[in-house]
Design a protein around this ligand. Structure first.
Ligand SMILES: C[S@@+](CC[C@H](N)C(=O)[O-])C[C@H]1O[C@@H](n2cnc3c(N)ncnc32)[C@H](O)[C@@H]1O
Length: 341
């Protein structure tokens, strides 16, 4: 059980609060499918992580200023409040920026809060714009975003009218970033569970749309990942797989000897025909390649909110069509599919 002290206050025990702000998922009747999430949504669940930074992070969240957003745009970006809202409280805005910078690196975004731009490493809206024309409308849908990072695309799904967006993300710093944004969007049906997909306890066959973007190459068994995604989808539900891909025939996938573009946790980078075959073998139909794009520094670069190495540092400076390990430079594809009925 963690304890921390707010300035001038008594020690606060995290498990006595609702640090993940999951009450809306927890306080459901026993017969609700969402009751399957009770263990994860319990107020004390975070205590099981035993993460050394957690008390400090929760204190930062508790100190976020109370600013009122008079406008919210989740449709063309993630914009909360306006510059005018922020200018009404200039001291608070500086404080907000200083607190949000405690959660660096911000890899996904950008977010605009009261005129403050959280300029993330990735322009995550570009991926969304490549995907959106190929999605069945999300209005009224339940959306699961597996490996959602700080939840950027969950908010964009709400912007398209989703009735519920749940993200799964095991990396706690990104969970904290999500909670910082959610602080200003508290009434929205958007929640993040701090788990991997293989830890997800259900409800199964519950979501209309399941997104797995940027995750497949991180898992050791991509076929098991696809089968787990299928279990989350309703019959006929839509699946989105976005992943690194390489050129190659059906059957080919790249397993780097050690690193890929400096990343150490890359296991399988499939060719597009291999990805389609895996998807078909896992029981999906209407499998469509809807996009294939080489990643550029317009989409992924260092910023003051992510001041570490980025795409260019992972490329061969003489031959930018190759990574620094002389493998094909990052190309990403989006495949959509439908669950079998
Ligand atoms: C490259 S990021 C992609 C973030 C976001 N989906 C996007 O497309 O911008 C991959 C994320 O997946 C998370 N992740 C890795 N393995 C996972 C798993 N088995 N289940 C859920 N999330 C996972 C990582 O922690 C990381 O935040």
């Amino acid at each position: 059980m963690f304890q921390f002290c707010l300035p001038g206050g008594d020690p606060v025990t995290t498990s006595m609060q609702d640090p993940l702000r999951l009450a809306a998922l927890r306080d459901v009747p026993d017969e609700s499918p969402l009751s399957a999430l009770r263990q994860i949504t319990a107020p004390g669940y975070l205590d099981t992580f035993n993460h050394g930074d957690l008390p400090r992070w929760l204190e930062i969240l508790a100190q976020l200023p109370e600013l009122q957003a008079h406008s919210i745009d989740l449709k063309t970006g993630v914009r909360i409040g306006s510059r005018a809202d922020g200018l009404a409280h200039p001291g608070q805005l500086n404080r907000l920026e200083a607190l949000l910078r405690e959660f660096i690196p911000w890899r996904k975004g950008p977010f605009e809060l009261f005129g403050l731009l959280v300029d993330s490493e990735w322009q995550s809206g570009l991926k969304w714009e490549r995907l959106l024309p190929h999605l069945e409308p999300l209005a009224g849908q339940r959306v699961l975003d597996v490996g959602c990072g700080n939840g950027y695309h969950c908010w964009r799904a709400l912007g398209e009218g989703a009735s519920l967006a749940i993200g799964l993300e095991p990396y706690l710093l990104y969970v904290m970033q999500f909670l910082a944004i959610r602080n200003f969007l508290a009434d929205k049906p958007c929640h993040l569970l701090p788990i991997r997909l293989d830890q997800y306890p259900g409800p199964f066959h519950y979501f209309d749309t399941v997104l797995s973007m940027g995750v497949l190459y991180h898992v050791r068994s991509p076929v098991d990942h696809l089968l787990q995604l299928k279990k989350c989808l309703k019959p006929d539900g839509q699946l989105v797989i976005e992943t690194l891909v390489v050129e190659g025939d059906e059957g080919y996938s790249l397993t780097p000897e050690r690193r890929y573009a400096r990343m150490s946790n890359i296991w399988f980078v499939p060719s597009i025909p291999t990805l389609q075959r895996w998807t078909q073998r896992c029981g999906f139909r209407d499998i469509r390649l809807v996009d294939s794009t080489i990643t550029t520094a317009t989409e992924q670069r260092s910023t003051s909110w992510m001041p570490f190495q980025s795409l260019v540092d992972g490329l061969n400076p003489e031959h930018p069509e190759l990574t620094c390990e002389d493998l094909p430079a990052p190309r990403r594809a989006i495949v959509t599919a439908r669950n079998t009925a």
